[in-house]
Design a binder for this molecule. Structure first.
Ligand code: NAP
Length: 259
């Protein structure tokens, strides 16, 4: 039986929808106090209201994770609301597709600034508060795309997601003396608003390429994040967990067809 996380103060970036919303709702159902963060206050507030209506505790905060002044304000908002920061889920991310021939430096910068620099800024803003707790938890939402696989149009995205893991390994060493762990979830294809934007054909073809023959759910990812946040995972740091229904396993189309 895992020890309760009741009362822990949790920031989830990018939690107005998709995986982040799923993580926020899961942690709230475990008794945590949530700061729901996205660039749009109205959308973050709607998720905070949803959590509150379900009997949980949540506040909303508008912050662009690519802006240091915003991530500082985000950390300050969590401290003002709950007096501490125990867990930071660094989840905000974007995945606009652009093939190399068409990719502009601005396209590249936007993805790296949000997904990778945003990871650094979110962590560093929360660090002073996390250090005070002696058992802080940082959980990054990376991806299979980049660290393990590739997909045309996502070279910048893949670089940002692989970069998060490089960041994680050194951060895990630096923060271990403070009892802070840094781990990452690596989702496969998860049914979210962001993925729906890729179109029904994309979703169908991805489901067909997954041994479990379905996209993942936000709850699949949230449960893994909850494990990394637990007291029982105190000795696990610098690690990544793939949650993809077996998507990275088949060595060929024939391997899938043979099932
Ligand atoms: P989503 O449905 O598009 O949601 C993205 C969330 O991030 C929204 O709440 C969005 O809110 C927020 N956001 C975007 N840019 C932001 C910024 N600069 N500052 C603060 N918040 C920002 O995406 P998702 O599919 O849930 O993906 C979430 C994370 O999982 C991403 O890091 C993504 O790379 C990763 N991931 C997703 C999948 C998948 O299949 N869905 C697979 C692997 C990895 P606002 O627009 O209001 O800011």
């Amino acid at each position: 039986m895992f020890k309760s996380l009741e009362g822990r103060s949790v920031i989830v970036t990018g939690s107005s929808k998709g995986i982040g919303r799923g993580i926020a709702r899961r942690f709230a159902s475990a008794g945590c106090r949530l700061l729901v963060v996205s660039r749009h206050f109205g959308e973050a507030s709607a998720v905070a209201a949803e959590i509150t209506a379900a009997g949980g505790e949540a506040r909303a905060c508008a912050a662009d994770v690519a802006r240091p002044e915003d991530t500082e304000a985000m950390a300050a908002a969590a401290l003002a609301a709950y007096g501490a920061i125990d867990i930071v889920c660094v989840n905000a991310g974007i995945f606009p597709a652009a093939r190399l021939e068409a990719m502009t430096p601005a396209d590249f910068d936007l993805v790296i600034d949000t997904n990778l620099k945003g990871t650094f800024l979110s962590v560093s803003a929360c660090l002073p508060a996390l250090k005070l707790r002696g058992s802080g938890r940082i959980i990054l939402t990376s991806s299979i795309t980049g660290p393990i696989t590739g997909f045309p149009g996502w070279s910048h995205y893949g670089a940002s997601k692989a970069g998060q893991l490089g960041f994680m390994r050194t951060a895990a060493i630096e923060l271990a003396p403070y009892g802070i762990t840094v781990n990452a979830v690596l989702p496969g294809n998860i049914a979210t608003e962001g993925l729906a934007g890729m179109g029904a054909d994309y979703e169908r073809s991805m489901a067909a390429s997954i041994p479990m023959r379905r996209l993942g759910t936000v709850a699949d990812i949230a449960n893994a994040a909850l494990y990394f946040a637990s007291d029982e995972a105190a000795y696990v740091t610098g690690q990544s967990l793939v949650i993809d229904g077996g998507q990275i396993l088949p060595e060929s189309l024939a391997a899938l067809a043979a099932t």
